[in-house]
Design a protein around this ligand. Sequence first.
Ligand code: PLP
Ligand code: SF4
Length: 336
Amino acid sequence: MITASPVTRLSSPSTDWRELWRHAITNATELLEMLGLDDLADRLPPADAGFALRVPRGFVARMRHGDPRDPLLLQVLPQLAELDEVPGFVADAVGDMASREARGVLHKYQGRALLIASGSCAINCRYCFRRHFPYGDEMAAAGQWRQALAHVRQDPSINELILSGGDPLALSTGKLEELGRGLADIPHVTRLRIHSRLPVVLPERIDAAFTDWLAALPLQKVVVLHANHTNEFDVSVDAACARLREAGATLLNQSVLLRGVNDEAGALAALSERMFAAGVLPYYLHQLDRVQGAAHFEVDDARALALMEQLRGRLPGYLVPKLVREVGGDPSKRPL
Ligand SMILES: *Cc1c(COP(=O)(O)O)cnc(C)c1O
Ligand code: SF4
């Protein structure tokens, strides 16, 4: 029988995000025990299939107890299928990540530059290209930022700076303040965009120190969240979204289309409705990067397009995300 998780047992009393980060679940057997799924333990791949399990306890608390098909669990639990070699699914699915990292800044699209601000994530998503590039925190070194900002400073066509990663909100607020000061003398940058999964998976990250910093920035602010299923939202996420909006941020969400997680029109519609209730508009629905170990998540293009058609039939236009794929060398995300 499927019952609600006993939240009191799963959550930690602390609200300091760094402490919550440190106390994330990193052991698959322990995770299965917490969910009453002990009998799945003998179907775990050896050594987490080469990509550590990591999931904050607050996210675990939103999983359904006793349900091996839970859409949140499937995003984080190592599976035997990850060991399958599938043609076309490669370690470096999105271009040479290593060299991207070395430069620290990616300026491929007109008007906006993307800063690789941090390598670490509070959650390890099984479908992510990061599984083959488990970067540490070194990316946030001040020297690297100086170089990246120098590039932005000398190019007046850049009016939007995007912080991406990994997860840029893994950085301390002090580190972000440093970046804000670096931006102060670049008048052509008028927008700051932050791509982060933390407001959803560790909403305590959106604390007063952070929102004070964000609110005081003399820029337009956009925060692009990453949620794939309606169950990822709860009151703590609603509260984090409210704090971000109070700090002046426009909230958008990107999702990845994932077989078994959100590849039904009903699930996608529910996600859009739920995020809008939290003040968030859908932005992109990404076709999966064809990364080794993630083939079992893939939804083929024909089915993806059919899902979009169904979504348009049941939602207002502003709640329908754009279905896109990232193709190396393109001047933008490619619409399907
Ligand atoms: C995805 C991406 C962006 C942002 O693209 P938008 O379509 O503006 O969301 C910017 N730069 C790079 C290199 C990207 O990969
Ligand atoms: S970069 Fe995003 S999708 Fe990838 S593991 Fe980190 S949070 Fe998950």
